[in-house]
Design a protein around this ligand. Sequence first.
Ligand SMILES: Nc1ncnc2c1ncn2[C@@H]1O[C@H](COP(=O)(O)OP(=O)(O)OP(=O)(O)O)[C@@H](O)[C@H]1O
Ligand SMILES: [Mg+2]
Length: 499
Amino acid sequence: MGESGAFLVMKNISKTFPGVKALDGVTFEVQKGEVHALVGENGAGKSTLIKILSGAYRPDGGEILLRGQRVEINTPGQAQQLGISVIYQELDLIPHMTIPENIFVGREPARALGLVDWREMGKKAQALMASVGMNLPLNIPVRKLSAAQQQMVAIARALSLNADIIVMDEPTASLTQNEIQILFRVIEKLKASGVTIIYISHRLEEIFQIADRVTVLRDGKYIGTWPVGEVGVDHIIRCMVGRDLKEKYPRERVPRGEEILRVEGLTHEPYFRDVSFSLHAGEILGIAGLVGAGRSEIMRSIVGADEKDSGEVYLFGKKVDIKSPHDAIRLGIGLLPEERKLQGLILQLDVRSNISLPILDRLSRWGFIRRLLEYRAVVDIIDRLGIKTPSPEQKVKNLSGGNQQKVVFAKWFLRGCRVFIFDEPTRGIDVGAKLEIYKLMNELVRDGVGIIVISSDLPEVLGISDRLLVMHHGRIAGELRHEEATQEKVLNLAFGGVA
Ligand SMILES: Nc1ncnc2c1ncn2[C@@H]1O[C@H](COP(=O)(O)OP(=O)(O)OP(=O)(O)O)[C@@H](O)[C@H]1O
Ligand SMILES: [Mg+2]
């Protein structure tokens, strides 16, 4: 073991990208068999540190010690040989391939003559999946699996590589509560068998549930490491953002204005049926419920992204016929979808273009002033959301995961809609930026906009909504005013009980 006795030591690691010091002399020590959480705001350097550990990036300075020995990790292959396996923020499974193919891609067990031994591969895959508690049909493409199941395939692959250090970069970002619990059980099992886990997440409550110790990074610097039993969540947040965050859910009461949107008897089998509600100017309407309760599907039907079997949508009292998201936007209804990474961004383009593309129409009315206005609007929103980028000209693909998220958000805020529908708006976003997003929502409602927010983060949706609809199995199970809503009532309704 090294001088500190730790299993893995990343010592004095630095990494600079053009215009960004992503890591500044970070030392990170992990004990054998622990679950070690790594936290920090968007752009703090978490993924970069992990990419150095996995051989995806070369550090500018520093060294890595494993079991007390200095190791060179220059390629992902070398990391693999050392037993280090990373499950990235964006899973790198091959969507059209099956579970066994994904687990063994490039390492298929061969028979004589180099033919792939499919039976052997299937058997091994089954055993690996069973070890993570999954019993799934093996011969379907992984794109048909749920996010959690895909996650388990990635973990099974890590196990097949005999990894004894597994890094998970925001594994729960797209998982349901149930799936998260399954993942946690798998983590417990891995830990019991001596596997060391490095766990990155913005959901601090998870860290207190699953981790033994937690390390905080801020602006590329190491802040500290603590056993989770010895610190509170406030302490961690303070270390992450460098200040106290007093109000977690700033909510402003705005007088409720006229009805903007009304939905009557909306039905799309088998997803949801007979859904009716209205949204007023100055109101934030939260939609709670379990994942799979039909929340996103309703919103997709409203904006014409999905069809509907029956039901009507009224805008300012007038019946409207919305056939596509384009129609919806033209009428002033914007949906920020759940799968933002896929739908929202052009990774090769810079931050400025990504933010201003949807508003160019509007800006071009002013002819030559356009570029100036565009620049101002963009710089302003970058500043307000605290998007961490060396300049508006940085390519979006070079931003950290959470900062990419914020770019999508920025783009939607500049759109000038009367109704905003946000589906899981703060997923993958750090605590400080969440607060900024809530504040922006407040500004929007102050301007007379109506907002619908779908969120699986129960404290969040309780905290920010004026009114809350709770879905159960495709129906509205109940409605609660901010004053009367509690976690317990919401959960009761969501599980099919009464409030
Ligand atoms: N390939 C790259 N080129 C340029 N800059 C980069 C590159 N990769 C990361 N960065 C920058 O390095 C900093 C740290 O990014 P990193 O992805 O490590 O953050 P993170 O802590 O993982 O954040 P998040 O929680 O948002 O995922 C950011 O400012 C990011 O823009
Ligand atoms: Mg990251």
